[in-house]
Design a protein around this ligand. Structure first.
Ligand code: ADP
Length: 494
């Protein structure tokens, strides 16, 4: 069907895009409605003006150059939203536009320029908003130390966002982008657990959410939370896993600290429970003993007229029992106060040991005992308590010696990274290992008072002191073959 000129004219007038025709000198010949209203003009007002009038003054020189180069090399240029241009309205306001250009000829073969113009203000506004949101997202990712990754199973490829590289403190070249490459980055003690967790989340079709450790190229330890979910194909097979990684080192450190506090609190609670038990049971024993002696004495006084020696005998028994009771109570109080009176300080263990041995001089001479030790290290801890620890172990070595054999105590130590491992060895009667745990409990002894005197408090104090220095204590022994006490002490206790 042939189109008459009215249809052409209507199409021109009614086009939603603005159309401007100008000559090669930039003089506007014709505009449609969309064009003149886009620039705020009345019908016919633009005709005869220069295209330059539609360009913001500060861009006119630049435009002149572009216009000339288009005229000298005319070719159709399509409209693109990426080409953001600025138009200049009659009221001097700006309008965001996109332009398509072409060369046309009139009846007399004169070349003219056809410009199709689209207002893209809304598009530009939305794009700017989007850019803003994307910037905010990037900032949020950075602030929350969050990176994004994708693992494509088919070609074993891992894609990391720039944030992930930052979290791992790695350059692009330092990561092989394969699953094996990633596994090698994970802390070796967590590697198996990471593999298992990923496999488990695939098998059970559940999200992947774990924390693993990572050593940065500079050698510092990081805790990283990895979250991921799987994308399946139509057969239900995993195609890829998309996820995030977040640096949770600080949170994890706080959590570990909190766990440590909770653990310490539980130990304290247990200690309190133990003390309550001791007060109600173990200390009750000497009290009952005293009561028993008193009622015996009373019966004796009621029934006979006892001799003075007999009364003195009973009173001596009461005195002995009450003295023991007060020794036990004192020991108990002393144990409860350990680590609570003086602050930690630098402790030279050699110096400390000399003081301890001086304090035990009488026992050493009385037993013709010997002690050997190398120069001992300096550590940060509770001085009084550390002295008590050595004192209790050495005096036990002297006290539980074999009849007729001079005690020989050997002290030594070994470096164990953050800790010192100490040994206190004796050549005494030894301990049956079945009593291993029992002996570190309050008032637990293997001997009667008549046999070898004691309170059953010494080893409890040793355990408490060692634990206050973040260490452990244990012994190895066989009856008749001497005993070696081992204990570790953190080098730097705060
Ligand atoms: P006490 O020596 O006052 O009884 P301790 O708590 O120091 O209390 O020791 C608890 C028990 O452990 C002792 O009664 C003793 O049976 C045993 N024991 C401790 N040290 C040694 C040692 N070096 N050799 C043999 N037995 C020991």
């Amino acid at each position: 069907m042939a189109l008459d000129s009215k249809i052409y004219l209507n199409a021109f007038e009614c086009s939603p895009d603005g159309i401007i025709i100008c000559d090669i000198n930039a003089k506007i010949i014709l505009t449609n409605k969309a064009a003149f209203s886009m620039f705020g003009y009345e019908p016919g007002e633009l005709e005869g003006k220069s295209i330059q009038d539609l360009i913001p003054p500060h861009l006119r020189d630049k435009h002149k150059f572009h216009f000339r180069s288009f005229v000298s090399h005319p070719s159709a240029r399509s409209m693109s939203n990426n080409m953001k241009l600025i138009g200049y309205r009659k009221d001097a306001s700006n309008v965001s536009i996109s332009i398509a250009l072409n060369i046309i000829q009139n009846d007399s073969g004169e070349e003219m320029i056809l410009a199709v113009i689209r207002e893209i203000t809304e598009f530009v506004r939305k794009t700017e908003e989007l850019e803003k949101v994307s910037d905010q997202l990037k900032e949020a990712l950075q602030l929350s130390a969050l990176g994004h990754w994708e693992f494509h199973l088919a070609n074993n490829t891992i894609l990391w966002s720039p944030e992930v590289y930052e979290i791992f403190e790695l350059g692009q070249a330092a990561f092989s982008s394969t699953n094996e490459g990633f596994e090698m980055l994970v802390h070796e003690e967590d590697r198996e657990f990471v593999k298992q967790s990923y496999q488990n989340s695939i098998t059970n079709q559940i999200p992947y959410n774990i924390v693993h450790r990572y050593i940065t190229p500079k050698g510092s330890l990081k805790f990283l939370r990895e979250r991921g979910r799987h994308i399946y194909d139509s057969d239900g097979l995993v195609v890829k896993t998309v996820g995030t990684v977040q640096d949770v080192t600080e949170v994890q450190k706080q959590r570990l600290l909190l766990n440590d506090y909770i653990l310490k609190l539980e130990i304290k609670n247990k200690e309190l429970e133990d003390y309550t038990h001791i007060a109600t049971h173990d200390l009750q024993e000497p009290v009952n003993n005293i009561r028993g002696i008193i009622s015996l004495l009373r019966e004796e006084l009621d029934s006979n007229s006892p001799a003075k020696e007999e009364i003195i005998y009973f009173i001596d028994l009461i005195k002995k029992a009450s003295e023991r009771l007060s020794t036990l109570i004192r020991g108990l109080m002393e144990t409860a106060r350990l680590g609570q009176v003086n602050p930690v300080s630098e402790v030279d263990c050699s110096e400390l040991l000399v003081e301890v041995i001086e304090g035990l001089q009488f026992q050493f001479e009385n037993n013709s005992a010997e002690i050997t030790y190398p120069p001992l290290p300096v550590l940060k801890g509770y001085r009084f308590e550390l002295g008590l620890l050595f004192q209790n172990l050495i005096s036990n070595g002297l006290k539980y010696s074999k009849k007729g054999v001079a005690p020989v105590i050997k002290i030594d130590y070994h470096n164990q990274g953050a800790d010192w491992l100490f040994t206190v060895e004796d050549n005494g009667i030894g301990i049956d290992p079945i009593h291993k745990d029992k002996l570190f409990k309050m008032f637990r002894r293997l001997h009667t008072q008549d046999d070898i005197e004691g309170t059953g408090i010494g080893l409890v104090q040793c355990k408490k002191i060692v634990e206050q220095h973040n260490g452990e204590i244990w012994f190895e022994s066989e009856p008749g073959k001497g005993t070696v006490f081992y204990f570790t002490l953190r080098k730097n206790n705060n």
